[in-house]
Write a protein of this length. Structure first.
Length: 310
């Protein structure tokens, strides 16, 4: 999403016929909620209006969606923690207690900012730049930690028991995830005290390019590599048959968002020519893909509970 809210464009501002300035008018699910979205018509050289219908829809749907997702995450994570404590014998590799408890921590960490974000969508973000950056840091720390946990749980037996080796691995993994999440905090900010935006810098800024690269590696390339490895190595296929594949729900839900970020970069960097049609439809596709990823904090604990009960 852009650091600057969309504004009506005039023909003199546009650079090429038949296109719109995507850097100024594209937004997505994380572009919280500026009142200027109420004017959603943009004009190109052909005098054909481009209508951004996503932002008004988002302002209506996002607050209840985030509130319901947060409630589902709280209930699911609570039930999962109770199951971990009450039935320790039910959790064996590849769904060991050491791994599942950390995944539960990751989903809880992701869900913590949801109430504030829901309020920000409905009433505007008034908490300032610091809490906005902290929110994005928590989100991406959780996101990257869970991706690394899934990868480590799928490639070996490190989480089969909670011993000094696995404890050192856990500390290192969470520390690395926090380091990788730092660029997400650096590129986020507040627009006009009303919007907590994911990108407050230029699309080609080094910090954003680093953040984008990390997201693509962890949300697209890592799952693809693990899938190929599982197909090629019988031992990894066996872990899937034992139920480890349910943990992959996380990566499956976030994969489309990683692809959407790549598409957003290509359009806004003008490596692909933005058109009126791409403007009208891309916001919705990217917003829906991020909403699909957010569902992981509610669906993930339920999937792990199902795996434990089986």
């Amino acid at each position: 999403p852009d650091a600057h809210p969309p504004h009506p464009q005039t023909p003199g501002i546009l650079e090429t016929q038949g296109s719109v300035d995507m850097e100024e008018i594209m937004g997505d699910l994380s572009s919280f909620y500026d009142g200027s979205y109420s004017n959603d018509t943009f004009v190109d050289y052909d005098a054909t209006p481009c209508h951004n219908r996503f932002c008004p829809l988002f302002q209506r749907v996002a607050p209840p969606f985030l509130a319901v997702t947060c409630a589902a995450a709280a209930l699911g994570t609570g039930a999962l923690l109770v199951a971990l404590a009450k039935r320790p014998q039910a959790w064996r590799w590849p769904r060991s207690r050491a791994l599942v408890s950390q995944l539960a921590l990751g989903t809880a960490l992701f869900a913590v900012p949801l109430p504030a974000l829901a309020a920000g969508v409905a009433r505007g973000w008034h908490l300032g730049t610091g809490p906005c950056r902290l929110t994005h840091l928590l989100w991406h720390w959780s996101l990257f930690a869970q991706a690394l946990l899934v990868a480590s749980g799928s490639c070996g037996t490190a989480w089969a028991r909670w011993d000094p080796r696995s404890r050192r691995l856990a500390v290192a993994l969470w520390a690395v995830a926090l380091l990788l999440a730092t660029p997400a905090a650096l590129v986020s900010g507040v627009a006009a005290d009303t919007s907590c935006v994911r990108r407050s810098v230029d699309i080609l800024a080094p910090a954003y390019l680093l953040h984008l690269t990390l997201c693509l590696c962890l949300l697209l390339l890592l799952p693809a590599g693990l899938l190929l490895a599982a197909l090629a190595v019988p031992r990894l296929r066996a872990s899937w048959a034992a139920g480890a594949g349910l943990i992959w729900l996380f990566l499956g839900l976030w994969g489309p968002y990683g692809a959407g970020l790549a598409g957003e970069f290509l359009l806004q960097a003008r490596l692909l020519e933005p058109t009126c049609g791409s403007f009208e439809h891309f916001d919705l596709a990217l917003g829906l893909s991020e909403g699909l990823g957010v569902l992981h904090c509610g669906l993930g604990p339920l999937a792990l509970l199902l795996a434990g009960s089986c």
